[in-house]
Design a protein around this ligand. Structure first.
Ligand code: HDE
Length: 721
């Protein structure tokens, strides 16, 4: 079956049928102008004589160049760099008691989705491996209209109030005078702002952790961030936090690797997502919810409306309510990935908002931004944005209107049109906002319940393993070393000392400065000049949860150890032992890992049995940072030839440095003698350091290798570096 057939996922996918209306394929067709006139010569413009000037009447040239001149649209203000895929969502009906949303009721009903992952700060062409938050935006094409869950891979946000968003983004984007640096937070304006905004400390801890350099989009958690509401059919509301849990586990690369991937393959995450789907290895997530009864709104030591706080899973467990599978790559990047317009305000009956002041601001921003990005209030008509639910209203006209509304009535109420389109009763699926009682003064103020900025930053740090904590310390050292203004560094250390004194001291020691005795009183902190400053002084709170394994990628017991779709490099040259290659390949592929033959040429190498082995990548073009593990098959001639290749040695040295599993079979072991880590290894400690040397068929080499890959990294090695 052809991959992009509307029905190729076996399920009736209404969105694919809908998109099919707009698909165009030039195979076996004449080339025409936009007006349908067949083109006879697409290579030469119309001229007065062979060497003469071009003629204005050349409508073919004019049309072609004009279209080209207008090909670009503004990139997203944030989240400009991203990749997307189609798929479906299937509920398990566990949420049907809490929400009347149609797509959450029937475990047999499949809802098409389109999901876009992104970095935040970089421009459209920037590297995928920047230290950054990742966007995780899901559009559910439900029968009751589109529901967009526009989340991130980090469960909290930097700021509490929407009015600070432009400031935050201005601070993190390249500096305005010289537009440097690209896709990086390691510069003065970002840390200047952060150091004056204590509320950002929780998110900053996440952003400095390895969560900000994921191994793959397929290996990230997703979070709705804000507290939303689920509304049942009796109009009863429960608070909810949304979670996406990846089937492949949550994994990251290490910083040195991220830096090198950015040079080797800036499209690393984009390619990874694309290739996994093309190979039929469909990424999958479980959708989970933390449901909090309305009565418990004030039960916690944090405010549910404060987007800088998470609800520890120890307090409210995550209930899985369905799964999402991504099984189809887009046909056209611009038409789908670039033109998709997400909006947290796209909700369906059964889902509603809370008064989280960040969420409230977002409800304004996302339509507004599409007006400049997509150019018209008709962006909902772009195929990827179109709902599969019937759509009728009295909105009319505007740039690029596609719909041809018939009849004379475009207002409501009307009698000339028989009162149509008519309003839906709630029982008929009409959306009615949750009728929350609000009785308040009009103020520009922060709630005092938003004043604790450090407890959850501390919770996050203390929940990490030693290795993860060290990575956070290293990230602060890196970022603050790039800051040129000494006062900003000191101010940041003052804030860090409120999170963890040891952390602040370790960062300070590397910067060559001291931790200030007490944090500097930040200027104005984003609250009004007349406000009672003491009231808004960051307050320490005795948090109910001090440590949460769910926040650590290493400690999290539920983190998957599968090696499915992990990519293993086989370093090979002529004379490689074919049996060794085949045996290890079979063992890895049984676990659904992907094997890539890295050869000393671009085409094929000759195995020991004289058979040709197809090369996937020329050694010249790759580095170990692009793979999850390395295997050196047996074969004397191969090992000897590789020993002369600087690139092969560098490959192994980097794999070791980045704590990746390394295996070598028989003569392949001799290649390790050229590395700089051989001296750290002995027969006794080699295995525990994740370097497995043995004979493939006779030993448990493949099992050891697979187990080490399942643990993601051999962290022990990092301590001994
Ligand atoms: Fe966004 N955000 N955001 N954001 N956001 C946009 O909308 C904005 C926030 C998120 O793949 C923009 O269509 C404001 C939190 C994602 O197309 C813009 C505030 C979270 C994406 C915008 C926030 C997000 C965006 C830019 C604070 C996690 C990419 C282009 C009040 C819960 C969606 C666009 C995609 C995109 C505004 C804060 C996630 C400008 C004003 C918190 C995943 O409208």
């Amino acid at each position: 079956m052809k991959k992009n057939d509307a029905n190729s996922d076996g399920a009736e996918n209404k969105k694919q049928h809908d998109l099919a209306r707009n698909k165009s394929d030039g195979t076996d067709q004449f080339m025409t102008t936009d007006q349908g006139v067949k083109i006879n010569d697409d290579n030469n413009s119309l001229k007065a004589g062979e060497r003469g000037p071009s003629l204005l009447e050349d409508f073919i040239l004019r049309e072609k160049i004009t279209h080209f001149d207008h090909e670009r649209i503004p990139e997203r203000i944030v989240h400009a760099r991203g990749s997307a895929a189609h798929g479906y969502f299937q509920p398990n009906a566990d949420a049907s008691t809490y929400s009347k949303a149609g797509f959450l009721q029937d475990p047999n009903a499949i809802t098409p989705v389109f999901v876009r992952f992104s970095t935040v700060a970089g421009f459209r062409g920037s590297t995928d491996l920047a230290r950054d938050v990742r966007g995780f935006a899901v559009k559910f094409y439900t029968e009751e209209g589109n529901f967009d869950l526009v989340g991130n891979n980090i469960p909290v946000f930097f700021i509490q109030d929407a009015s600070k968003f432009p400031d935050l983004i201005h601070a993190v984007k390249p500096e305005p005078h010289n537009e440097i640096p690209q896709a990086a937070s390691a510069h003065d304006t970002f840390w200047d702002f952060i150091s004056l905004m204590p509320e950002s400390m929780h998110m900053v801890m996440w952003a400095m952790s390895d969560r900000a350099i994921p191994r793959s989009y397929r290996m990230m958690e997703g979070f709705g961030v804000h507290t939303f509401r689920l509304i049942d059919k009796n109009n009863k509301s429960n608070f909810v936090k949304f979670h996406w849990k990846p089937k492949l586990g949550t994994h990251a690369v290490v910083w040195d690797e991220a830096v090198k991937i950015s040079g080797n393959d800036p499209d690393f995450h984009r390619r990874d997502l694309w290739e996994a789907i093309e190979n039929g290895s469909f990424p999958e997530w479980e959708l989970g919810v933390q449901v909090i009864p309305e009565a418990d709104e004030h039960k916690y030591d944090f405010d549910l409306l404060d987007p800088t706080k998470l609800v520890p899973e120890e307090l409210v467990p995550v209930t899985i309510i369905g799964k999402m599978v991504l099984n189809r790559n887009p046909d056209n990047f611009f038409a789908e990935t670039e033109q998709v317009a997400f909006h947290p305000g796209h909700v369906v009956p059964g889902i509603d908002f809370t008064n989280d002041p960040l969420l409230q601001g977002r409800l304004f921003s996302y339509t507004d931004t599409q007006l400049s990005r997509l150019g018209s209030p008709n962006f909902h008509e772009i195929p990827i944005n179109r709902t599969i639910a019937p759509m009728h209203n009295n909105q009319r006209d505007g740039h690029m209107r596609q719909e041809i509304n018939t009849g004379r009535v475009s207002y409501f109420p009307n009698s000339l049109g028989g009162g149509c389109p008519y309003q839906a009763k709630i029982a008929e699926g009409g959306f009615a906002s949750f009728n929350e009682r609000i009785d308040a003064r009009k103020v520009r103020e922060r709630s005092e319940s938003f004043s604790d900025h450090f407890s959850q930053a501390k919770l996050f740090f203390e929940s990490q393993t030693e290795v993860e904590q060290q990575h956070i310390i290293n990230a602060f050292r890196f970022e603050l070393s790039k800051v040129e203004t000494p006062e900003i560094r000191t101010r940041m250390l003052g804030l860090l000392s409120q999170v963890d004194k040891g952390l602040a001291q370790k960062v300070a020691a590397n910067l060559g400065i001291a931790v200030p005795d007490k944090p500097e009183k930040p200027m104005n902190k984003g609250i009004g000049a007349d406000a009672d400053q003491n009231k808004h002084e960051p307050k320490a709170v005795k948090a109910a949860v001090q440590k949460s394994d769910a926040l650590s990628m290493i400690n999290n017991k539920t983190n998957s150890k599968t090696i499915e779709s992990r990519v293993v490099a086989f370093l090979c040259s002529d004379g490689v032992d074919s049996q060794s290659v085949n045996a290890m390949k079979a063992a890895l592929e049984k676990e659904k890992a992907v094997v890539k033959i890295i050869g000393t040429n671009a085409t094929a190498i000759t195995g020991s049995d004289t058979k040709k082995i197809k090369v996937d990548h020329n050694l010249l073009t790759v580095s170990s940072v692009l793979f999850d593990a390395v295997f050196i098959p047996a074969g004397k001639a191969s090992a000897e030839a590789l020993g002369k290749e600087e690139k092969a040695i560098e490959f192994l040295n980097d794999a070791y440095k980045h704590c990746k599993a390394i295996a070598a079979d028989k003569e392949g072991i001799t290649l390790l003698n050229h590395t700089n880590f051989i001296l750290k290894l002995s027969d006794e400690n080699s295995k525990e350091n994740g370097v497995f040397t043995n004979e493939v068929p006779k030993s448990n080499l493949p099992q050891d290798f697979i187990e080490a890959m399942g643990n993601h990294r051999v962290w022990k090695r990092e301590n001994s570096l």
